[in-house]
Each structure stands twice: as C-alpha cells, then as structure tokens.
Design a protein around this ligand. Structure first.
Ligand code: UD1
Length: 382
C-alpha cells in the first residue's frame, strides 16, 4: 500500500510525524509483509520559514520531504489554487493508493480536491471537527475535505456525531483518537530537557503562555489594540511569554502598536515544538486562539483560555481544561482561573499515544465496493 502524506503548515507537522514513525516501525518489523506500507511525504510549502517549518522537522525527527511544492503565501484562493496546480502532476506520477491529509489548513483541502477528482482514495486525519463558524477559513476547509474524502478518521466521539448529522455513512467513519497526542507523548522527555524556562527566565507556574494569530483576533485594528491593552495590564501582575506568529507581528507593525517597554511582556520569535510543549506544561495558564494548544493544554491539565467565540474541539471544554473567553471577559476569567487549582480537567479517551497505529490499521482494513468509480466503503473490518 502506497501513501502520499501531506504536510503544509505548522500544525500539520506534529500530526504527520507519528504516522511516519508508525510506518517505519512496521517496515522494520515485517519488511516483506503483504500489509507493508510505503509512503512519500509531500510538503506543500504553505509554511516555509525556518521557525514555522524546519525546526519542527528537526525536533520531530521527520525525514526531509520527498517532494516540496514550494507554494508559499498568498490569498486563500491563490494559495489553494497554487497547491492544486502543483500537486496534480505529483498524483499522476506517484499513483498512490491513498492520499492522507491532516487537519484543516488550505493544504488539506487543496490536495483532497485534486486526489478526489483523480479517483485517488483520500483519508482525512482529524475529520469531523466543527466550530459551526463559517467565517473561519478552517471550517470551510473541514467541511469540504470531509464531504469528499473516503475515510474519515476522527479524534473524538463529538466528531463522529457531527459527521452522522451531515449524513455521512457509518462505514466511512472510524474513531482513531488524537494523533497529535502521539507526538506529544513521544517528545515529552525532549521537552523536559529543553531548558526553555531557564533560557526565558521564567518560573514554573508563574507565567502566562500566549499565542494569537487568527485573522478574527489580529487582522482588525480595534480588536488587536484591545487585546494588547489587556495583555499589557495582565503582564504587570503575571509575566507573559508571547511567541509571535509572523501574521500577528506584521499587523502590530501596520497598526503602530508597540510592545517595547511593556512591563512583564516577553514578545519572542515563534518557538519550536519542544519549547512550546514545555511552556504549555509549565504555564499558570495558556491564552490562545490555536486549535493545537487547546488540546495540548488539556493533555497537561494546564488551564487554558481560548480567545474565540467557539471551538471545533469541544472535548477540551467538556473534559479538558479549556474555557472560551472574550477580550471583555478576560479580567474576570483570569481571576476565576487563578482562584482554582493549577491543574484542571482530565485527558479525553483515546488521547493515548497510539492513534497512528489505529490510523494505519484503518487504512489497511478499508474495503471499497467493486464497481469502477465507486469508492463507497462496504466495511471497515475489525
Ligand atoms: C495557517 C492555517 C491556520 C493555522 C496556522 C498556524 C489556513 C487557512 N490557516 O494560518 O489554520 O492555525 O497556519 O500557523 O491554512 N508567513 C510567514 N512565514 C511562514 C508562513 C507564513 O511569514 O512560514 C506569513 C505570511 O505573511 C502569510 C501569513 O504569515 O501571509 C499567513 O500565513 P498562512 O499560511 O496564509 O496562514 P496562517 O495565518 O499561518
């Protein structure tokens, strides 16, 4: 079975790394098995800076991509179209049995569209998540990808329910758990040895880890100004470490908002994976609009405030340590968190570090109906 794995943007890398490790482990254990799996890794180049891409390859031990489409940045239409144009000939020459896409970025939907039209089976890892908010580009990417992919590999039961509600047939849906937690578990000891807190002069449990990059938070001057004002206020009481996404940095410069001299504010370059895990584990709380950090803080049981009106990862709220917040509500939500124990919530089911193996099993066991052109699954044999 030959797979094409797609990675395009920062949050994809920690999802493909465990898949590659699991494939390599099977290749070494049973090189000549009929269930042997080959893969090629395609990097679309959606993220390209060393700090947004290369550092994750190094720290996660991901081999260099076999193919790099080098698309770079652009408007949504331009980026999606460029990926499609460059990915189509790769599919035609590689002829994979499966395309495997992860997450909800533009690379995910672009590659799925290409493969579906070429009749290549597609598996979506992290399928079924829904925020219900179509103003988020990721929600459009999730809806389109899940509508045309053949195998929908879900991280939690709420995702299965979302897909059923949209009329997806049962045989296409397989609950595999959260593959990002596989990467977290495998990298815990490296994160513990990273020396992040010492380097940044931070004490365990005595700082806030902030990441913000969503267009809804950072692209509008008034919003961003209000957010930064509130962060400056908080940082006077509890130091803030804010590794800044390039989009956010650019917007602050455009709007003439400066962090220079703000007491307790540590605005730094984007951090690597091990530093980010260490900051998440040791912060008094995380304030974010990232999907991945909602999940990682849930795993560490670190309190998390998500600066968004909704989340596609409700299990982080119902089971985990996450709460939604607004700029206006931040002061009271912060006080409420600080009055509670430093560890909150529990780890959701199937966040156990074994999802990559379940994903490979699901791919091997997938069966398609006999008629040419009909890729409807008829069973997902156990
Ligand atoms: C993308 C994803 C988002 C994810 C985020 C993580 C989509 C629709 N969005 O958003 O879901 O949470 O990645 O970071 O796919 N830039 C650089 N260097 C880079 C990459 C980007 O400077 O390596 C700058 C460029 O100015 C670019 C901007 O960041 O225009 C935004 O990058 P883009 O990939 O378009 O979207 P993200 O905001 O990163």
């Amino acid at each position: 079975m030959k797979l094409l794995l797609i990675a395009g943007a920062r949050p994809n890398f920690m999802k493909v790394a465990p898949l590659i490790k699991a494939i390599q482990a099977r290749q070494q254990a049973k090189p000549a098995s009929p269930a042997a799996i080959e893969y090629k890794l395609v990097h679309t180049g959606q993220h390209y800076d060393a700090k947004m891409s290369d550092v994750f390859f190094q720290e996660l031990g991901i081999p260099a991509p076999d193919i790099n489409l080098g698309v770079g940045s652009g408007s949504h239409a331009a980026q999606t179209a460029n990926i499609m144009l460059k990915f189509e000939p790769v599919c035609e020459s590689e002829k994979p049995d499966w395309l495997v896409v992860v997450g909800d970025v533009n690379s995910t939907v672009a590659c799925t569209l290409v493969a579906a039209k070429l009749g290549i089976k597609t598996a979506h890892v992290e399928a079924g998540l829904r925020s219900g908010d179509r103003s988020m580009p990721e929600e459009i990417n999730r809806l389109v990808t899940d509508a045309i992919a053949d195998l929908l590999l879900t991280p939690s039961l709420d995702a299965n329910e979302n897909l059923r509600r949209e009329g997806v047939t049962e045989g296409k849906i397989q609950l595999v758990g959260n593959v990002m937690i596989d990467a977290l578990v495998a990298n815990l000891s490296a994160a513990h040895q990273s020396g992040t807190l010492q380097r940044l002069g931070l004490a365990v449990g005595k700082f806030v880890y902030v990441t913000l990059h969503r267009p809804s938070n950072v692209d509008h001057q008034e919003n961003l100004r209000a957010i930064m004002k509130e962060l400056f206020r908080i940082a006077r009481h509890l130091p803030i470490v804010f590794p800044m996404h390039p989009r956010t940095r650019r917007r602050l410069a455009e709007f003439g908002i400066s962090c220079a001299g703000a007491e307790g504010m540590h605005v730094i370059e984007p951090v690597g994976y091990h530093d980010s895990l260490s900051l998440t584990e040791n912060a008094r709380l995380v304030l974010t609009d990232s999907g991945g950090l909602q999940e990682e803080s849930t795993y560490f049981r670190t309190p998390c405030l998500t600066l968004r009106p909704n989340t596609e990862r409700p299990v982080t709220v119902t089971v985990g340590s996450n709460r939604l917040t607004t700029v206006a509500r931040l002061p009271e939500d912060l006080d409420a968190i600080i009055a509670r124990p430093p560890r909150l919530g529990a780890i959701p089911d199937l966040w156990d570090g074994k999802s990559a193996d379940r994903i490979l099993d699901a791919l091997l066991q997938f069966r398609v109906a006999g008629q040419p052109g009909d890729r409807t699954p008829i069973s997902t044999a156990k």
